[in-house]
Design a protein around this ligand. Structure first.
Ligand code: PLP
Length: 398
């Protein structure tokens, strides 16, 4: 038998060192708990970075996947398959939008959204120098295209030159966005709630004004709902709570609740005048296995009233975290919506150290940009789990 130390050493000997991993080898999950190979139990308030909305070992979800494995895992997109059509119907309905393209990740959903926006503008005027406005402190992924719209100099610098025609504006600062608009602007792209950048929700006024100027100038609004979507903020998609509908939306993370799948979704108006046969493709994207998962995820969300649980238990989480701002001198601010919450910590208390202490004490939380503790638990947590988390966190923040 291998010890945890041996597993970690073996991994470090062969995996490319792009992560400084926590010294834990996870083995199995049950409900909202994870277990490492030594049998130590962790309350999970990270959900594999906002992916495992249904927690672990959900029976109906697992059965659906097992059933599909025995039927068919992959076909290529040269043919139709049943789960893809079902999953697309359910996603389009939940998103109140019309056309779906399945990808293998969030990053690829961003790539597709950017291509759709450029093609839309190209069809309009035939020119090839269109611009996209993205936000500072945003995160959209690590491929060259997604990195190009990610407002983080540290991530971008070593990989330049990136794709051209990208301008950055300050999130929640409407004048800063309008200052970047030119006759070349084809899209404005942002997360409805910034995740990696430190948990910053868009302000309602800001988003409404952006939508208005997009409509006025026929600029496409692309909302990245990869982290904040799929019920995490209390509505199926966070923008639904703002009453601001995007032209294109990206989705991933909790879309498959554990299998790698993303999507970009658009209105019929954009679909009619953007990507056509031959413009875009993927071998794996939307294969029967992942789509069986997506399809089942939507069923379970409905049957188990997931967004409702986020609204009630999320409000409680928000209240309890808010109390820490009062009671702990290390906690400066609480930000977020529903079950996407952040605590900004004082400089003398690095969030990374708190995370390590929490892990030691059997609680999984993660960080976000700017010394922030991030809470993105499975959306099935109950009040008692919030209490359990708060007990551990309170101790670790002393
Ligand atoms: C995680 C994330 C991405 C990238 O998704 P991957 O599946 O890691 O490629 C893009 N945008 C946001 C907002 C994210 O949180």
């Amino acid at each position: 038998m291998n010890s945890a130390e041996q597993y970690m050493e073996n991994a470090e000997n062969v995996l490319l060192h792009t992560y400084n991993r926590y010294q834990i080898v996870l083995e199995k999950g049950e409900g909202v708990y994870l277990y490492d190979i030594n049998g130590k139990k962790y309350l999970d308030f990270a959900a594999g970075i906002a992916v495992q909305s249904l927690g672990y070992g959900h029976k109906a979800y697992n059965e659906a996947l097992k059933g599909q494995i025995d039927l068919l895992c992959h076909t290529s997109n040269l043919f139709y398959n049943k789960p893809a059509a079902e999953a697309a119907q359910k996603l389009a309905k939940a998103a109140q939008m019309d056309r779906v393209f399945f990808t293998n990740s969030g990053t690829e959903a961003i790539e597709g959204a950017v291509k759709a926006a450029r093609k839309y503008a190209y069809i309009k005027d035939g020119s090839t120098d269109h611009e996209i406005i993205a936000m500072q402190h945003s995160f959209h992924g690590r491929s060259m295209g997604a990195l190009s719209v990610t407002g983080n100099v540290k991530y971008q610098e070593p990989f330049k030159p990136l794709i051209g025609g990208i301008r950055f504006a300050a999130f929640n600062d409407f004048d800063s966005v309008t200052a970047q608009i030119t006759d070349k602007t084809c899209a404005i792209l942002m997360e409805t709630v910034q995740g990696e950048g430190g948990i910053y929700p868009a302000e309602k006024e800001f988003l409404k004004k952006i939508k208005a100027i997009c409509e006025e100038k026929d600029i496409l609004l692309i909302l990245d709902e990869i982290q904040c979507g799929m019920g995490r903020c209390g509505s199926m998609f966070a923008w639904q709570d703002y009453g601001v509908k995007p032209d294109i939306m990206t989705c991933a993370k909790a879309l498959g609740c554990g299998v790698p799948v993303g999507a970009f979704v658009m209105t019929q108006k954009v679909a009619d005048q953007s990507l056509m046969p031959g413009d875009h493709g993927t071998t794996y994207g939307g294969n029967p296995l992942v789509c069986a998962a997506v399809s089942k995820v939507f069923d379970i969300y409905e049957q188990e009233h997931i967004p409702e649980n986020v609204r009630t238990v999320g409000a409680y989480l928000e209240q309890r975290l808010g109390e820490l701002v009062q009671s702990s001198s290390f906690v400066l601010e609480r930000r977020g919506k529903g079950m996407m919450q952040g605590l900004a910590l004082a400089e003398e208390k690095p969030a990374g150290d708190v995370v390590k202490q929490c892990l030691e004490a059997g609680l999984i939380v993660i960080t976000a940009g700017g010394n922030v503790l991030r809470f993105v638990p499975p959306l099935v947590i109950k009040k008692e789990h919030v209490d359990e988390m708060m007990d551990i966190l309170g101790e670790c923040l002393k």
